[in-house]
Write a protein that binds this ligand. Structure first.
Ligand code: NDP
Length: 496
């Protein structure tokens, strides 16, 4: 039987323990959901005036701004990601709170046309208790993308962060309480997916589950959520293609592809893992890309060093999976760079790699569309490069995937860019850029990359439901004359 336990959070760069957190047991989960539900019913968040809710979110944004340097450091230590990345990412998080605070104030109910003397107004009301299950790679960003619209819509929110990186989400909940989010309206329950996550997501009081996870987890969870007739948003895996055309600006394309492939050590759902390069510039692109790769590898070091270019892999299990996928590559696949876990010391800052989980940027060619390296998420800094000749072949290769989350296109031909963007099967297409994310910009996948969208008006709507109120505005006389369906003397009756 599973028992109450404490989770030790480790720094993947040093192997050292950072802290322990208590894993929420099934009975803790039941209590938390009960309290969340009572908070929702009592209405001290769900029913307060919208401008008040909005101002609490704005207040929280200002308080978060003050905490960014501290949170960025913690984020770097619990994920092994470079401090440079975490400063850049966390610096933008208040935008999500500000966006939903503002959107909330502009949200309007509406009146629909009806037959007869009726006034039919439609409002958005909260769902109740909602659950959010988040991954390790962007711990606070992903949690905030979900928390901001859920709170804005007036729900009571339960968050289960990844057991590998729960600290900043726990700290954020404390900040939210100080900013004025009432007790039990935002609760963070750490624990593993199998132990804590399952108890949360299977509870029938939970009216929506919003998960960011691998596709297998998302698929399994969908069945549980479906059986409770709850709403479901799932941001799942990806295998983003980057198509580079002959007419692309080569330097921008190389730099952009390197960013797409190796930010977060390739541990992002939109990581550019399949570089599909047109034959006219293929050799030159690969040559320059490998120079860039070597420059990144040379500048790997202590992730907390601002000069460090790429961090670690999150855990030994994840690293071993990457190693296995690279080792089991097809016979004709060639490793052009990387391919072996880093040991020894960093040339950047003498940091000792041997205690940490460092894997260098890795480039492989000779991979076919049926090979695992093409088909499956590696979730590490491993990319495959593939040549194509004509536009339809490039498009075919881009779409040769069960995933459909992010895709990048590099070309100076505006017509071709839009033509291809329209045909690519992905929820997000970037042209001459990659991994741009704004609170207003819908984020989510097609095919096996998920269902539903984060960000934007859609996310706020998905955390609420419409409520239609229909009022008879006829006079009493008119109502009496027309509303007695069972009147004895009328044959051709019509109600209303
Ligand atoms: P996992 O699928 O391993 O886990 C994601 C979360 O789900 C974790 O909090 C995990 O808990 C939890 N979980 C696992 N099983 C269950 C269950 N049965 N019930 C409830 N919760 C469960 O993903 P990773 O954390 O490894 O994250 C990487 C994945 O996330 C990649 O596939 C990536 O593509 C995807 N992702 C998608 C994004 C998108 O926007 N589409 C963005 C970022 C990542 P725990 O791990 O604590 O046990």
């Amino acid at each position: 039987m599973l028992k109450l336990c404490r989770i030790t959070v480790k720094n993947p760069a040093t192997g050292q323990d950072l802290c322990t957190v208590t894993s929420a047991s099934p009975s803790d989960v039941r209590t938390a959901i009960h309290l969340a539900h009572s908070a929702y019913k009592e209405g001290y968040w769900s029913k307060i005036p919208v401008p008040v809710r909005s101002s609490v979110l704005s207040n929280l944004a200002r308080m978060l701004e003050q905490k960014i340097p501290e949170f960025a450091k913690i984020e770097s230590m619990q994920t092994g990601r470079c401090i440079k990345e975490m400063n850049a990412q966390l610096g933008r998080l208040p935008e999500w709170l500000d966006y939903y605070a503002a959107l909330l104030k502009t949200h309007q109910a509406f009146v629909v046309p009806t037959q007869g003397k009726l006034l039919n107004y439609v409002q958005r009301v909260p769902l109740g208790v909602v659950a959010q299950i988040t991954p390790f790679n962007h711990p606070l960003l992903i949690a905030l993308k979900k928390i901001a619209p859920a709170l804005a819509a007036g729900n009571s929110v339960i968050v289960k962060p990844s057991e590998l990186a729960p600290i900043t989400v726990l700290e954020f909940a404390e900040l939210a309480a100080s900013a004025g989010v009432p007790e039990n309206v935002l609760q963070v329950l750490p624990g593993s997916g199998q132990y804590t996550g399952r108890s949360i997501t299977s509870n029938p009081l939970v009216r929506k589950v919003d998960i960011t996870a691998g596709t297998a987890t998302g698929r399994a969870l969908g069945q549980v959520v479906g059986s409770n007739l709850a709403a479901y948003t799932a941001e799942l895996g990806g295998k983003a293609p980057i198509i580079v055309f002959d007419d692309a600006d080569l330097e921008s394309a190389v730099n952009g592809a390197a960013f797409a492939s190796f930010v977060a050590s390739g541990q992002t759902c939109v990581s550019g893992t399949r570089l599909i390069v047109q034959s006219g510039i293929y050799e030159e692109f690969v040559e320059k890309f490998l120079v860039k790769v070597e420059s990144i590898r040379r500048r790997m070091g202590d992730p907390i060093n601002p000069a460090s270019a790429m961090g670690t892999i999150i855990s030994e299990t994840h690293l071993q999976r990457i190693e296995k996928m690279v080792e089991e590559r097809p016979a004709k696949a060639r490793i052009l760079a990387g391919g072996k876990r880093l040991k020894g010391t960093s040339t950047l800052d003498r940091f000792d790699f041997s205690q940490g989980l460092f894997y260098p940027p890795t480039v492989i060619d000779g991979v076919e569309t049926h090979d695992d390296l093409w088909r499956e998420e590696v979730f590490g800094p491993v990319v495959v490069v593939r040549k194509f000749t004509e536009e339809p072949e490039g498009l075919f290769l881009a779409n040769a995937s069960k995933y459909g989350l992010g895709a990048g296109l590099w070309t100076q031909d505006i017509g071709k860019a839009h033509r291809l963007a329209a045909e690519i099967e992905a929820g997000l297409v970037w042209i001459n850029t990659h991994h741009r994310n704004d609170p207003s910009s819908p984020w989510g996948g097609m095919k096996e990359s998920g269902i539903g969208r984060e960000n934007g008006i859609e996310a706020l709507e998905s955390y609420s439901q419409s409520k239609s109120t229909i009022v008879n505005i006829a006079s009493v006389e008119e109502t009496r004359a027309s509303h007695d369906w069972f009147a004895e003397d009328v044959e051709d009756a019509r109600y209303g």
